[in-house]
Design a protein around this ligand. Structure first.
Ligand code: OAD
Ligand code: ZN
Length: 291
């Protein structure tokens, strides 16, 4: 495995001790946690959703489709619900960046809240596609805590007459006030991204333009196929090196490669392990991972 794309990042960070990093991440950083990504052939969610009977894979996150048929989303939500998974090495590496004062921001497309689970402070975090961390009724906007929503996701056991088997009946998460659907604050196709995404990126773009600091943008575990998130790397000022750690070369790294791009084709956890070693951060990383 060619690790030049990791060593170069370590050298850059060591040579420029005030340089900080903006991470832009996607589902690939959570595959080591047992959460499938979306678009990997065979293992990705979108190639395994036939059991839900969707007209097209993205329908599971489509707001119009959800209002018509919410069952596929709730089925998936029960499987993927936060609390069932632990952060990856890479998640914890981002936390080490925070502890070392080298983190500027994490833009995540993930809804699994594993960045929060890895205790990355909220001020650094931009959950571009929302998350399971808050829930709202789609009609009256009544909000529901994580625990209350989780209760609502529990399938209801219906007791039948003697001799017959109990049946698990699936109920939708319905609003206590108006009986409409309760939905986590995940950005569905057809909905706009949170204002924090646009506001923070505007500020961070200015911050990136400060030539003195030699900051970096590191893109990890994403196919860069969903906009507007996918356009972030193309907006990075040309004087800021862009780094990609991913199984494949994607998006603007493929379409408009820059001579300053730094690429490591491999797993995000391997990159985390290797970078921590190069930086002398192994102990901190191991401690967070719990080894
Ligand atoms: P994708 O599934 O589209 O892309 C994941 C990328 O990560 C692929 O390029 C994989 O090859 C790569 N990958 C997988 N595991 C990896 C690993 N351990 N190390 C390195 N690379 C790895 O996921 P996203 O780009 O995040 O929307 O998808 C973007 C959006 O599409 C999601 O936020 C989701 C979906 O519709 C919502 O949830 C609202
Ligand atoms: Zn309601």
């Amino acid at each position: 495995m060619d690790r030049v794309g990791i060593k170069k990042v370590a050298e850059h960070l060591k040579q420029n001790s005030d340089a900080q990093v903006i991470f832009m991440v996607g589902a690939g950083i959570s595959t080591p946690c047992g959460i499938p990504d979306f678009r990997s052939p065979k293992t990705g969610l979108y190639s395994n959703l036939s059991r839900l009977g969707l007209p097209f894979p993205e329908a599971v996150f489509d707001i119009d489709y959800f209002e018509e048929n919410p069952k596929p989303f709730y089925t998936l939500a029960r499987e993927l619900y936060p609390g069932n998974f632990k952060p990856s090495r890479f998640h914890y590496l981002m936390k080490v960046f925070e502890e070392k004062g080298r983190l500027h921001r994490v833009y995540t497309q993930n809804i699994d809240t594993l960045e929060r689970e890895a205790t990355i402070s909220e001020k650094y975090l931009v959950e571009a596609h929302g998350s399971f961390a808050s829930n709202e009724c789609i009609s009256c906007s009544k909000s529901y805590s994580v625990d209350r929503f989780k209760e609502k996701l529990e399938p209801v056991k219906i007791q039948h007459k003697k001799g017959e088997k109990d049946q698990i009946e699936f109920e939708y998460a319905l609003c206590d006030k108006c009986d409409s659907l309760v939905k986590p604050s995940i950005v569905f196709f057809g909905e706009s991204l949170p204002a924090r995404f646009f506001d923070t990126w505007e500020k961070d773009l200015e911050w990136l333009k400060d030539k003195k600091k030699k900051n970096l943008v590191i893109v990890v575990g994403t196919s860069l196929s969903v906009y507007p998130f996918a356009s972030l790397p193309s907006e990075v000022p040309s004087e800021v090196p862009r780094v990609l750690w991913n199984y494949e070369v994607v998006g603007d790294f493929h379409l408009n490669p820059r001579s300053s791009d730094v690429i490591f084709k491999g797993s995000s956890d391997e990159a985390a392990e290797e970078l921590a070693m190069e930086m002398g951060w192994n102990e901190e990383l191991r401690k967070l991972v719990g080894e």
